[in-house]
Design a protein around this ligand. Structure first.
Ligand code: F6P
Length: 320
Protein backbone atom coordinates (compact mmCIF):
# COMPACT_ATOMS: atom_id res chain seq x y z
CA UNK A 1 0.00 0.00 0.00
CA UNK A 2 1.28 3.46 -0.82
CA UNK A 3 -1.40 5.95 0.11
CA UNK A 4 -3.45 5.77 3.29
CA UNK A 5 -5.64 8.06 5.42
CA UNK A 6 -6.58 8.43 9.06
CA UNK A 7 -9.68 9.83 10.78
CA UNK A 8 -11.02 10.13 14.33
CA UNK A 9 -14.71 9.55 14.89
CA UNK A 10 -17.33 9.54 17.67
CA UNK A 11 -16.62 10.89 21.15
CA UNK A 12 -13.06 12.18 21.46
CA UNK A 13 -10.69 10.57 23.92
CA UNK A 14 -7.35 11.62 25.43
CA UNK A 15 -4.65 9.95 23.38
CA UNK A 16 -6.33 10.33 20.00
CA UNK A 17 -3.71 12.90 19.03
CA UNK A 18 -0.88 10.64 20.12
CA UNK A 19 -2.49 7.90 18.00
CA UNK A 20 -2.74 10.15 14.93
CA UNK A 21 0.93 11.01 15.41
CA UNK A 22 1.90 7.33 15.54
CA UNK A 23 -0.15 6.47 12.45
CA UNK A 24 1.27 9.41 10.48
CA UNK A 25 4.88 8.87 11.45
CA UNK A 26 4.49 5.09 11.13
CA UNK A 27 3.15 5.57 7.60
CA UNK A 28 5.99 7.93 6.68
CA UNK A 29 8.55 5.51 8.13
CA UNK A 30 7.11 2.85 5.83
CA UNK A 31 7.26 5.27 2.90
CA UNK A 32 3.52 5.69 2.43
CA UNK A 33 1.69 8.92 1.71
CA UNK A 34 -0.65 9.75 4.57
CA UNK A 35 -3.78 11.91 4.55
CA UNK A 36 -5.77 13.27 7.49
CA UNK A 37 -9.56 13.35 7.18
CA UNK A 38 -11.26 16.03 9.31
CA UNK A 39 -14.45 15.57 11.37
CA UNK A 40 -14.64 11.79 10.99
CA UNK A 41 -17.09 10.38 8.47
CA UNK A 42 -18.73 13.82 8.08
CA UNK A 43 -15.47 15.28 6.77
CA UNK A 44 -14.93 12.24 4.57
CA UNK A 45 -18.28 12.85 2.89
CA UNK A 46 -17.39 16.53 2.40
CA UNK A 47 -13.86 15.80 1.15
CA UNK A 48 -12.11 17.54 4.07
CA UNK A 49 -8.91 15.67 3.39
CA UNK A 50 -5.34 16.99 3.55
CA UNK A 51 -1.94 15.46 3.19
CA UNK A 52 0.00 15.12 6.44
CA UNK A 53 3.73 15.13 7.05
CA UNK A 54 5.91 14.61 10.09
CA UNK A 55 5.51 18.26 11.10
CA UNK A 56 1.69 18.12 10.90
CA UNK A 57 1.73 15.99 14.04
CA UNK A 58 4.42 17.88 15.97
CA UNK A 59 3.66 19.03 19.53
CA UNK A 60 0.40 17.06 19.80
CA UNK A 61 1.47 13.97 21.73
CA UNK A 62 0.55 15.63 25.03
CA UNK A 63 -2.72 17.22 23.92
CA UNK A 64 -6.25 16.02 24.64
CA UNK A 65 -8.91 16.18 21.93
CA UNK A 66 -8.09 15.47 18.31
CA UNK A 67 -6.41 17.80 15.80
CA UNK A 68 -8.47 16.10 13.09
CA UNK A 69 -11.70 16.98 14.95
CA UNK A 70 -14.43 14.42 15.32
CA UNK A 71 -18.14 14.00 14.70
CA UNK A 72 -20.99 11.56 15.00
CA UNK A 73 -22.21 11.53 11.39
CA UNK A 74 -25.90 10.83 10.80
CA UNK A 75 -25.36 11.32 7.04
CA UNK A 76 -22.85 8.47 6.86
CA UNK A 77 -25.63 6.14 8.00
CA UNK A 78 -27.75 7.03 4.94
CA UNK A 79 -27.20 5.28 1.60
CA UNK A 80 -26.47 8.60 -0.10
CA UNK A 81 -23.93 9.70 2.52
CA UNK A 82 -22.24 6.31 2.57
CA UNK A 83 -21.85 6.30 -1.22
CA UNK A 84 -20.46 9.84 -1.12
CA UNK A 85 -17.88 8.62 1.41
CA UNK A 86 -16.93 5.72 -0.87
CA UNK A 87 -16.59 8.04 -3.88
CA UNK A 88 -14.45 10.47 -1.92
CA UNK A 89 -12.01 7.73 -0.89
CA UNK A 90 -11.82 6.63 -4.53
CA UNK A 91 -11.29 10.15 -5.87
CA UNK A 92 -8.44 10.77 -3.41
CA UNK A 93 -7.05 7.33 -4.38
CA UNK A 94 -6.91 6.30 -0.71
CA UNK A 95 -5.87 2.64 -0.56
CA UNK A 96 -6.22 2.10 3.20
CA UNK A 97 -8.16 3.89 5.95
CA UNK A 98 -7.34 3.94 9.67
CA UNK A 99 -10.38 4.66 11.84
CA UNK A 100 -9.74 5.70 15.45
CA UNK A 101 -12.90 5.55 17.53
CA UNK A 102 -15.33 3.57 19.63
CA UNK A 103 -17.88 0.91 18.82
CA UNK A 104 -20.10 2.97 16.48
CA UNK A 105 -17.13 4.34 14.57
CA UNK A 106 -15.60 0.91 14.09
CA UNK A 107 -18.96 -0.46 12.93
CA UNK A 108 -18.82 2.31 10.31
CA UNK A 109 -15.35 1.06 9.33
CA UNK A 110 -16.74 -2.46 9.04
CA UNK A 111 -19.46 -1.22 6.69
CA UNK A 112 -16.76 0.37 4.52
CA UNK A 113 -14.80 -2.88 4.60
CA UNK A 114 -17.88 -4.76 3.40
CA UNK A 115 -18.07 -2.30 0.50
CA UNK A 116 -14.46 -3.10 -0.47
CA UNK A 117 -12.47 -0.42 1.37
CA UNK A 118 -9.32 -1.65 3.13
CA UNK A 119 -9.65 -0.48 6.73
CA UNK A 120 -7.89 -0.72 10.07
CA UNK A 121 -9.72 -0.11 13.36
CA UNK A 122 -8.09 1.40 16.44
CA UNK A 123 -9.89 1.59 19.83
CA UNK A 124 -10.18 5.28 20.73
CA UNK A 125 -12.75 5.78 23.47
CA UNK A 126 -12.77 6.46 27.19
CA UNK A 127 -15.43 3.77 27.70
CA UNK A 128 -13.23 0.62 27.56
CA UNK A 129 -16.17 -1.20 26.02
CA UNK A 130 -14.37 -2.94 23.15
CA UNK A 131 -13.72 -6.61 23.88
CA UNK A 132 -10.90 -7.08 21.36
CA UNK A 133 -8.53 -5.07 23.56
CA UNK A 134 -7.79 -5.10 27.29
CA UNK A 135 -7.74 -1.30 27.27
CA UNK A 136 -8.96 1.40 24.91
CA UNK A 137 -6.99 4.59 24.25
CA UNK A 138 -8.27 7.28 26.63
CA UNK A 139 -9.66 5.02 29.33
CA UNK A 140 -6.69 5.35 31.68
CA UNK A 141 -6.70 9.14 31.42
CA UNK A 142 -10.46 9.28 32.06
CA UNK A 143 -10.06 7.16 35.21
CA UNK A 144 -7.21 9.36 36.43
CA UNK A 145 -9.30 12.49 35.82
CA UNK A 146 -12.14 10.91 37.77
CA UNK A 147 -9.75 10.06 40.62
CA UNK A 148 -8.61 13.67 40.91
CA UNK A 149 -12.23 14.79 41.11
CA UNK A 150 -13.13 12.08 43.61
CA UNK A 151 -10.24 13.19 45.85
CA UNK A 152 -11.68 16.70 45.99
CA UNK A 153 -15.21 15.43 46.51
CA UNK A 154 -14.00 13.15 49.31
CA UNK A 155 -12.60 16.18 51.21
CA UNK A 156 -15.86 18.09 51.25
CA UNK A 157 -17.94 14.95 51.72
CA UNK A 158 -16.01 14.18 54.90
CA UNK A 159 -16.24 17.71 56.25
CA UNK A 160 -20.02 17.63 55.99
CA UNK A 161 -20.59 13.95 56.87
CA UNK A 162 -22.33 13.48 53.55
CA UNK A 163 -22.95 10.70 51.09
CA UNK A 164 -21.95 11.76 47.58
CA UNK A 165 -22.95 9.99 44.40
CA UNK A 166 -20.31 10.57 41.72
CA UNK A 167 -21.61 9.76 38.25
CA UNK A 168 -18.96 8.75 35.73
CA UNK A 169 -19.21 8.14 31.97
CA UNK A 170 -18.83 4.84 30.15
CA UNK A 171 -22.08 4.41 28.23
CA UNK A 172 -23.19 0.80 29.00
CA UNK A 173 -19.83 -0.23 30.40
CA UNK A 174 -18.95 -0.05 34.11
CA UNK A 175 -15.16 -0.12 33.75
CA UNK A 176 -14.54 3.60 34.43
CA UNK A 177 -16.75 3.26 37.52
CA UNK A 178 -14.99 0.15 38.79
CA UNK A 179 -11.45 1.50 38.48
CA UNK A 180 -12.51 4.89 39.86
CA UNK A 181 -14.06 3.16 42.86
CA UNK A 182 -10.99 0.99 43.42
CA UNK A 183 -8.56 3.89 43.14
CA UNK A 184 -10.80 6.39 44.90
CA UNK A 185 -11.65 4.17 47.86
CA UNK A 186 -15.39 4.40 47.24
CA UNK A 187 -17.82 2.59 49.53
CA UNK A 188 -20.17 1.48 46.76
CA UNK A 189 -19.88 1.11 42.98
CA UNK A 190 -22.93 0.81 40.75
CA UNK A 191 -22.50 -0.52 37.21
CA UNK A 192 -25.01 -1.34 34.47
CA UNK A 193 -23.76 -4.92 34.11
CA UNK A 194 -24.92 -5.75 37.64
CA UNK A 195 -28.16 -3.98 38.60
CA UNK A 196 -28.61 -3.33 42.34
CA UNK A 197 -31.63 -2.85 44.50
CA UNK A 198 -32.01 0.60 46.11
CA UNK A 199 -32.95 -1.02 49.45
CA UNK A 200 -29.73 -2.98 49.36
CA UNK A 201 -27.71 0.18 48.67
CA UNK A 202 -29.42 1.88 51.63
CA UNK A 203 -28.74 -1.11 53.89
CA UNK A 204 -25.05 -1.04 52.97
CA UNK A 205 -24.82 2.70 53.68
CA UNK A 206 -26.45 2.28 57.09
CA UNK A 207 -24.15 -0.65 57.92
CA UNK A 208 -21.20 1.49 56.90
CA UNK A 209 -22.41 4.30 59.15
CA UNK A 210 -22.81 1.83 62.01
CA UNK A 211 -19.20 0.78 61.51
CA UNK A 212 -18.23 4.39 62.17
CA UNK A 213 -18.13 5.87 58.68
CA UNK A 214 -19.78 9.26 58.63
CA UNK A 215 -19.40 9.94 54.92
CA UNK A 216 -19.55 7.71 51.87
CA UNK A 217 -18.71 7.92 48.20
CA UNK A 218 -20.87 6.04 45.71
CA UNK A 219 -19.47 5.76 42.19
CA UNK A 220 -22.29 5.31 39.74
CA UNK A 221 -21.78 4.54 36.05
CA UNK A 222 -23.97 6.64 33.75
CA UNK A 223 -25.44 3.46 32.24
CA UNK A 224 -27.15 2.49 35.52
CA UNK A 225 -30.87 2.80 34.97
CA UNK A 226 -31.91 4.88 37.98
CA UNK A 227 -31.04 8.59 37.54
CA UNK A 228 -28.44 9.85 40.03
CA UNK A 229 -30.63 12.56 41.59
CA UNK A 230 -33.51 10.11 42.00
CA UNK A 231 -31.15 7.71 43.75
CA UNK A 232 -29.92 10.49 46.06
CA UNK A 233 -33.52 11.40 46.95
CA UNK A 234 -34.38 7.76 47.67
CA UNK A 235 -31.31 7.34 49.87
CA UNK A 236 -32.14 10.48 51.83
CA UNK A 237 -35.79 9.47 52.26
CA UNK A 238 -35.04 5.89 53.31
CA UNK A 239 -31.93 6.39 55.50
CA UNK A 240 -32.03 10.02 56.63
CA UNK A 241 -28.49 10.45 55.25
CA UNK A 242 -27.79 13.63 53.31
CA UNK A 243 -26.93 12.66 49.72
CA UNK A 244 -25.44 14.92 47.04
CA UNK A 245 -24.83 14.26 43.34
CA UNK A 246 -21.82 15.20 41.23
CA UNK A 247 -21.92 14.35 37.52
CA UNK A 248 -18.35 14.42 36.21
CA UNK A 249 -19.38 14.55 32.52
CA UNK A 250 -17.08 15.84 29.82
CA UNK A 251 -14.09 16.62 32.03
CA UNK A 252 -13.40 12.89 31.66
CA UNK A 253 -13.06 13.28 27.90
CA UNK A 254 -10.43 16.01 27.90
CA UNK A 255 -6.97 16.58 29.28
CA UNK A 256 -3.44 15.45 28.59
CA UNK A 257 -3.18 11.67 28.10
CA UNK A 258 -1.44 9.61 30.77
CA UNK A 259 1.82 7.75 30.12
CA UNK A 260 -0.19 4.55 29.69
CA UNK A 261 -2.49 6.06 27.05
CA UNK A 262 0.45 7.57 25.17
CA UNK A 263 2.21 4.21 25.16
CA UNK A 264 -0.94 2.46 23.90
CA UNK A 265 -1.40 5.14 21.24
CA UNK A 266 2.19 4.73 20.04
CA UNK A 267 2.04 0.94 19.87
CA UNK A 268 -1.39 0.60 18.25
CA UNK A 269 -1.04 3.56 15.87
CA UNK A 270 2.30 2.34 14.57
CA UNK A 271 0.97 -1.21 14.20
CA UNK A 272 -1.95 -0.01 12.07
CA UNK A 273 0.46 1.65 9.61
CA UNK A 274 2.82 -1.33 9.64
CA UNK A 275 0.04 -3.81 8.85
CA UNK A 276 -1.40 -1.67 6.03
CA UNK A 277 2.05 -1.42 4.48
CA UNK A 278 2.11 -5.23 4.41
CA UNK A 279 -1.34 -5.18 2.76
CA UNK A 280 -2.95 -6.64 5.88
CA UNK A 281 -6.34 -4.96 6.35
CA UNK A 282 -9.84 -5.17 7.85
CA UNK A 283 -8.29 -5.79 11.26
CA UNK A 284 -8.88 -4.30 14.70
CA UNK A 285 -5.68 -3.63 16.64
CA UNK A 286 -5.64 -3.88 20.42
CA UNK A 287 -3.55 -4.92 23.39
CA UNK A 288 -3.57 -8.13 25.46
CA UNK A 289 -1.26 -7.91 28.44
CA UNK A 290 1.85 -6.21 27.05
CA UNK A 291 1.38 -7.52 23.52
CA UNK A 292 -0.14 -5.79 20.50
CA UNK A 293 -2.74 -8.04 18.86
CA UNK A 294 -4.97 -7.79 15.81
CA UNK A 295 -8.20 -9.55 14.94
CA UNK A 296 -10.50 -9.71 11.96
CA UNK A 297 -12.58 -6.54 12.32
CA UNK A 298 -15.99 -8.28 12.14
CA UNK A 299 -14.94 -10.89 14.70
CA UNK A 300 -13.42 -8.23 16.97
CA UNK A 301 -16.64 -6.23 17.04
CA UNK A 302 -18.73 -9.34 17.75
CA UNK A 303 -16.67 -10.17 20.89
CA UNK A 304 -18.39 -9.67 24.24
CA UNK A 305 -16.51 -7.92 27.01
CA UNK A 306 -16.70 -8.74 30.69
CA UNK A 307 -16.64 -5.89 33.20
CA UNK A 308 -13.65 -5.77 35.56
CA UNK A 309 -15.70 -7.52 38.25
CA UNK A 310 -12.75 -9.00 40.15
CA UNK A 311 -11.48 -5.49 40.78
CA UNK A 312 -15.01 -4.44 41.73
CA UNK A 313 -15.01 -7.16 44.43
CA UNK A 314 -11.63 -5.91 45.66
CA UNK A 315 -12.88 -2.32 45.85
CA UNK A 316 -15.74 -3.59 48.01
CA UNK A 317 -13.50 -5.57 50.41
CA UNK A 318 -11.04 -2.68 50.83
CA UNK A 319 -13.70 -0.08 51.51
CA UNK A 320 -14.82 -1.75 54.75
O1 F6P B 1 -18.34 7.20 24.20
C1 F6P B 1 -17.80 8.22 24.98
C2 F6P B 1 -18.87 8.96 25.72
O2 F6P B 1 -18.26 10.02 26.45
C3 F6P B 1 -19.74 8.12 26.63
O3 F6P B 1 -19.10 7.81 27.85
C4 F6P B 1 -20.94 9.01 26.77
O4 F6P B 1 -22.08 8.24 27.07
C5 F6P B 1 -21.06 9.63 25.40
O5 F6P B 1 -19.77 9.53 24.81
C6 F6P B 1 -21.51 11.05 25.37
O6 F6P B 1 -21.68 11.39 24.03
P1 F6P B 1 -21.77 12.86 23.43
O7 F6P B 1 -20.38 13.36 23.25
O8 F6P B 1 -22.45 12.68 22.12
O9 F6P B 1 -22.55 13.66 24.42
Amino acid sequence: MKRIAVLTSGGDSPGMNATIRAVVRGALYHEMEIFGIERGYSGLIEGEIREMNARSVGDIIQRGGTILKTARSAEFLTEKGFNMALNMLASFKIEGLVVIGGNGSLLGALKLAEAGVKVMGLPGTIDNDLAFTDYTIGFDTAVNTALTAIGNIRDTSQSHDRTTIVEVMGRNCGDIAILSALGGGAEIVLIPERPEDVDDICRRLVESKNRGKKSSIIIKAEGVEVPSQELADLIAARTGLEAKVVILGYIQRGGSPTARDRQLAAMLGYEAARLLKKDVYNRAVGVRGDSVVDYDLAEALAMKSDPLLDLDGLADILSQ
